[in-house]
Design a protein around this ligand. Structure first.
Ligand code: AMP
Ligand code: ZN
Length: 461
């Protein structure tokens, strides 16, 4: 079955064929790391992790190269640095680390490259010099600007008319701007900007614009023309339009063959915003909700469609995952067999139809339960293989049934294991007071200890 993806560039669902099946390239615009990312920011992370898993399945694990960046120099980071008085790097490292941890908790595979903007300033400068040499860029008192009138097909991705583009481009009436749609490649340093946001360049000290960062990082990590470029739909204009302008005018070849954009996530039918006070932060949510639950909820809608994040959705997902692990437990000890059900794979090949894939996954859960009901050993082994196989594609069932019951394979598990062991040691030393104390402590956080002949185990209740 061929993989078909909706390409924003053509507005059509097209059969995906890479330039080189032994080196399939994919880029996702990453976060600006000045605060904890919200649940909406993780929608592209999960959606395109599903795509990465699918591509690895189709072309082989070693044949897909996935890059996603960190934007570590930007107005918002400078504002955060000015506010806290901390160096920018301290802020960006803290939030980049949290983002990587949270992505891992959502079972997103590690990308092959995680470039940062600051590490690619020389490549950006080389690209801007090239654009200037070719007549696509001009210098003003406070910036180096890209001249959109020099590019014949500027606007081809978002297909906006000129007035919309001007309205959409945050127009600062910068002195010397030839066209309101022109955008900054390089921003010359202003007096109130921190030293660590200033880099040397042929246009004086300053910093790169956001768009050139991605253009240069893509070329540096993946090449001039990549197979897939992804991001949230809000990035179509101006960010992706401007990436196209810079890269194509500098290199003289297309930037990306397929452009994929995810729809937005709302909270209980409302736009997520600070003013409404409904911003959900996985870094916080993960303290009480398993990463796999958040992941599965993010997959409940097809990635291009809007997704409404509700309490009911989370409850439904929790129930399904408990059911999935319950079924997996029943067939867990069955021998090995080959998987033979391709329905999840085929649903994903249809433009990453995750709702359909999850429906097929539910059917596999039922099939495992039916096989176990009948104690049909052969069917149980096949059901186990199908569940694990589908789970690997979807990034689900990544814990063992035991780990799941204990709350997922997290640091928390190690901490509770250690306390349970300490209690056993205390009992062996007849230190009943300490043993009871630990039992009460764990009970208070919902952990029940079960003493058996072979030692103690525990579960979350
Ligand atoms: P930002 O750090 O604002 O550039 O956002 C990082 C990524 O998250 C971009 O790809 C955005 O398109 C995406 N994004 C931001 N808010 C949402 C949302 N509510 N739903 C889905 N994606 C979002
Ligand atoms: Zn980008």
């Amino acid at each position: 079955m061929a993989l078909r993806l909706t390409n924003t560039l053509t507005r059509k669902k097209e059969v995906f064929k890479p330039q080189d099946p032994q080196r399939v390239t994919m880029y996702l615009c990453g976060p600006t790391v000045y605060s904890y990312a919200h649940i909406g920011n993780f929608r592209p992370v999960v959606a395109f992790d599903v795509l990465y898993r699918l591509l690895r399945r189709i072309y082989g694990e070693g044949n897909v190269v996935y890059a996603t960046n960190f934007t570590d120099v930007d107005d918002k980071i400078i504002a955060a640095a000015n506010e806290t008085g901390e160096p920018m790097a301290k802020i960006t490292q803290k939030y980049a680390k949290a983002y990587e941890e949270d992505s891992a908790a959502l079972n997103a595979l590690k990308p092959n490259h995680r470039p940062t903007a600051i590490a690619h300033i020389p490549e950006m400068i080389a690209m801007m010099e090239k654009l200037q040499r070719k007549g696509y860029a001009y210098e003003t008192a406070d910036s180096l600007l890209f001249s959109v009138q020099q590019m014949e097909d500027y606007g081809k991705l978002s297909r906006r008319n000129r007035d919309d583009m001007i309205a959409g481009a945050r127009v600062d009436v910068a002195a010397g701007k030839r066209d309101p749609a022109d955008f900054s490649l390089w921003k010359k340093a202003k007096p109130d900007e921190p030293e660590d946001a200033q880099f040397d360049s042929p246009w004086g000290k300053g910093r790169p614009g956001w768009h050139i960062e991605c253009s240069a990082m893509i070329a540096a990590t993946l090449g001039k023309t990549i197979d897939i470029h992804a991001g949230g739909q809000d990035l179509q204009f101006p960010h992706h339009e401007n990436e196209i302008a810079q890269s194509e005018c500098a290199h003289g070849e297309p930037l990306a063959r397929f452009w994929l954009h995810n729809g937005f996530l709302d909270i209980e039918s409302e736009k997520m915003s600070k003013s409404i006070g409904n911003v959900k932060i996985p870094h916080e949510m993960l303290k009480s909700t398993k990463g796999e639950v958040l992941r599965m909820a993010l997959m409940a809608g097809q990635y291009r469609q809007p997704l409404d994040w509700t309490e009911e959705l989370l409850d439904a997902v929790k129930t399904t995952l408990d059911r999935a692990y319950g079924a997996l437990r029943r067939v867990w000890k069955s021998g090995s067999a080959r998987w033979n059900d391709k329905a999840v794979f085929e649903a994903l090949c249809d433009d990453l139809n995750t709702p359909q894939a999850l429906a097929e996954f539910s059917r596999l859960i039922s099939e495992a339960n039916i096989a176990a009901d009948h104690n049909d050993k052969e069917a149980m082994a096949v059901a186990r293989a199908n569940l694990i196989e589908a789970g690997d594609l979807l990034g689900l069932l990544q814990s063992t049934p035991d780990e799941w019951e204990k709350g997922g394979a997290s640091d928390d598990t190690a901490r509770i294991d250690a306390l349970v062991q300490e209690r056993l040691d205390a009992r062996a030393a007849k230190n009943w007071a300490r043993a009871d104390e630990i039992r009460d402590e764990l009970a208070a956080e919902g952990v029940e200890i079960m003493d058996g002949s072979g030692g103690s185990s525990w579960r979350k209740v």
